[in-house]
Design a binder for this molecule. Structure first.
Ligand SMILES: [Ca+2]
Length: 119
């Protein structure tokens, strides 16, 4: 029984992980966030890490609209770092969280682009 529970916990943890290319790509694109609080999942997700914040939703929307690949199931997509970087670049000039600060400015200011209380 313990073995079954442990297996379920491990599978749940693996399936709940974001695409492993997101954080490295974010750090490569915005090296100024490395070593700050922004270098984690909260840049794209809410306190409940299952949900995307407004920035994460904008990035996801762009990736889904522009993805061309063999897999038809959007939940199974694995995006390359180059593709994610193109997505990040495409949403730099918008204000995802509506706080009056563009996304790229938020990264330069070390404020969260998906949290309108952070600007
Ligand atoms: Ca903003």
């Amino acid at each position: 029984m313990k073995k079954i529970i442990l297996t379920i916990v491990c599978l749940t943890a693996l399936s709940s992980q974001a695409n492993t290319n997101f954080l490295p790509t974010l750090m490569m694109k915005y090296p100024q966030i490395s070593g700050t609080e922004m270098g984690d999942c909260m840049t794209c997700h809410t306190i409940n890490k299952w949900q995307r914040n407004d920035f994460g939703k904008d990035l996801q929307d762009w990736l889904r609209k522009n993805y061309v690949g063999e897999q038809s199931d959007p939940t199974q997509r694995t995006y390359s770092m180059e593709f994610i970087q193109r997505g990040l670049e495409s949403i730099e000039e918008i204000d995802s969280d509506g706080d009056g600060v563009l996304n790229y400015e938020e990264f330069n200011n070390l404020t969260y682009p998906g949290d309108n209380t952070s600007f």
